[in-house]
Write a protein of this length. Structure first.
Length: 256
């Protein structure tokens, strides 16, 4: 029993099951979004968990339970495929037709671009980034607040006025109605979509444009003010190769 407790495992709630997988140092829980066919990780990906998969922690603000940052969109999808493969699921992302990240000719955390077309297998059961629409729906938490879980930003977010200009351990603030933490503040979160103006006509779960120049990030960060950037509606854009002290991500997966 003593040796068993020392075993490095990951506890993953995926596709309505709980799996024990030897690919990380701490549990990560995927939350079923009510009435939807996807799950999202309860927290932003932590530095401890990221390093357990990537063998490196690129973050500027070190703290094993702080969200990983200094990761680009390319780094995030690279991580998703590595985690999916290690956990025995079908990787979602392909570059020039291959899901094998060792064949992408890409070195993470160098702010390089991936050469070749990035495509997404919508039938794969592995991990991915949430779409902008999925992120927005999950962040609301079935509630009607200005921020994710409250109209009082100090209850739910690390932002400019309370963060001391640094990230903080995940899940220290109040969760939203779906049990998701830090959907407002701490770090901006990469989404799957290319950035574009919203359609003037109502849409159901839009997937975003098929091409673009910059990707969507949502949620605000420790370095942003409360009245604009940490609102549920707020979003920014950034090139896929760019990383920042403010940029992190959380996982999504489809429910089978």
């Amino acid at each position: 029993m003593k040796n068993f407790k020392k075993t490095i495992i990951v506890f993953i709630a995926l596709c309505q099951t709980f799996m024990l997988v030897s690919c990380g140092k701490e549990p990560i829980e995927m939350v079923q979004i009510p009435g939807q066919n996807y799950k999202m990780s309860k927290t932003e990906i932590t530095q401890k968990f990221y390093e357990s998969i990537m063998s490196v922690n690129p973050s500027h603000f070190k703290g094993e339970n702080n969200p990983v940052e200094m990761v680009s969109w390319y780094d995030a999808i690279y991580f998703c495929n590595k985690l999916s493969k290690k956990c025995g699921y079908a990787p979602v992302y392909s570059v020039s037709g291959t899901t094998d990240v060792t064949k992408w000719n890409y070195t993470p955390h160098q702010e390089d671009e991936i050469e070749g077309e990035v495509t997404q297998n919508t039938s794969a059961n592995g991990f991915r980034l949430p779409t902008n629409a999925e992120w927005g729906y999950a962040a609301k938490g079935g509630q009607n607040y200005k921020y994710a879980g409250s109209n009082n930003i100090d209850e739910v977010a690390w932002y400019w006025d309370n963060s001391d200009k640094t990230t903080h351990p995940v899940a220290q603030k109040k969760a939203n109605g779906y049990g998701l933490y830090d959907m407002s503040g701490n770090v901006w979160e990469w989404c799957q979509d290319w950035y574009s103006n919203y359609s003037s006509s109502p849409q159901t779960n839009p997937k975003g444009p098929s091409t673009g120049k910059v990707r969507v990030l949502r949620g605000g960060s420790y370095h942003r003010g409360s009245e604009h950037d940490c609102r549920l509606a707020a979003r920014i854009s950034s090139p896929s190769y760019f990383s920042s002290y403010e940029y992190g991500f959380r996982l999504a997966c489809d429910v089978e």
